[in-house]
Design a protein around this ligand. Structure first.
Ligand code: GUN
Length: 301
């Protein structure tokens, strides 16, 4: 996809784009406070202590507070039962000051995740995971402005749009078919009139499928799975993966974050690519704040 930089590869800076979105949201929330006397409220529910979840929840809470959202923290023990969690969600559904509810995934094995997501009031669904919101996203006639859209794929779309190129008619390959990223990403790209392919673990000749793509979105959770020669010259690459691997640096074994794409190799072919970290991660959080603000406005305007 020609993004007008000749042979130079652009780094898509998620930190910067997310900061711009957060600045806009902060201004909007300040205005809403003047107009309504209230600010959006977000309930953040974490069950147990999965290390990655704790990192994400902390970052989400901090960012929400920074833009002026009230955060109601519910950190529950690992032994919490499904019934107890459903009861808490029900309480939050009925609290006026709570506009958005986020239940951090994954949940412990004894809890049916879908049952919990289904129990969140669709108008307070800060993640956009409720079946009603999933359905609205798939019906292209709904107005985007009011929709609660899954945060990671929406963040990817904003990054693609930041390149200023027409997405219509482009071949987009989404690698991964999760409910959180792959499927909603495909819906969003379809809405932009891309020709969309969802590739996954059973896809035959996945490298060949990928090589036809103008846009590659990798969301599989496998470190550096997407090789440099899977990427067509000038393609745009969005790497959703956040994988912790051990890596040797100057004789020492260190933890390192890598994406689903072999960044160094893919950069040689891509016209634009997201780094890991500093790519999709901050966008997911900014879009959560956006959804919470939309939920507030849907109720108060
Ligand atoms: N776990 C991994 N990504 C997400 C996300 O976007 N939302 C929630 N609630 N849990 C997650």
């Amino acid at each position: 996809m020609n993004i007008g930089r000749g042979n130079l590869t652009s780094l898509i800076n998620g930190n910067e784009i997310a900061q711009n979105l957060r600045n806009e949201l902060k201004e909007e929330i300040d205005d809403l406070k003047i107009k309504t006397g209230k600010v959006p409220g977000l309930a953040v529910v974490q069950v147990g202590n999965v290390a990655a979840s704790s990192v994400y929840v902390k970052a989400k809470t901090k960012s929400a507070k920074e833009v002026g959202i009230d955060v109601f923290d519910h950190h529950l023990p690992e032994e919490t039962t499904e019934e107890e969690l459903l009861k808490i969600v029900n309480t939050l559904n009925n609290q006026d000051k709570v506009n958005g509810i986020l239940v951090q995934l994954p949940l412990p094995k004894n809890i049916n995740e879908q049952l919990v997501l289904d129990s969140i009031h669709p108008e307070k669904d800060a993640d956009g995971f409720h079946p009603l919101n999933v359905g609205k996203l798939s019906i292209a006639s709904h107005n985007d402005e009011n929709l609660l859209i899954p945060c990671t794929p929406y963040g990817c779309l904003i990054m693609l749009k930041s390149l200023g190129v027409d997405l219509s008619g482009k071949n987009a390959v989404v690698i991964g078919r999760s409910n959180i990223v792959g499927k909603p990403m495909a819906q969003l790209l379809l809405k932009e009139s891309c020709t969309v392919t969802i590739a996954h673990s059973r896809t035959k000749n996945i490298d060949e499928v990928c090589k036809k793509a103008d846009i590659v979105i990798a969301a599989v959770g496998r470190p550096k799975m997407v090789k440099g020669d899977w990427i067509k010259k000038e393609a745009v690459v969005i790497d959703v993966g956040i994988n912790r691997i051990k890596s040797e640096v100057e004789g020492e074994i260190k933890n390192k974050l890598v994406g689903d794409v072999d960044f160094d190799e893919a950069s040689k072919n891509a016209s634009a690519i997201t780094p890991v970290p500093g790519g999709v991660g901050p966008m997911t959080i900014a879009c959560l704040l956006r959804n919470t603000t939309i939920a507030f406005k849907n109720k108060n305007q």
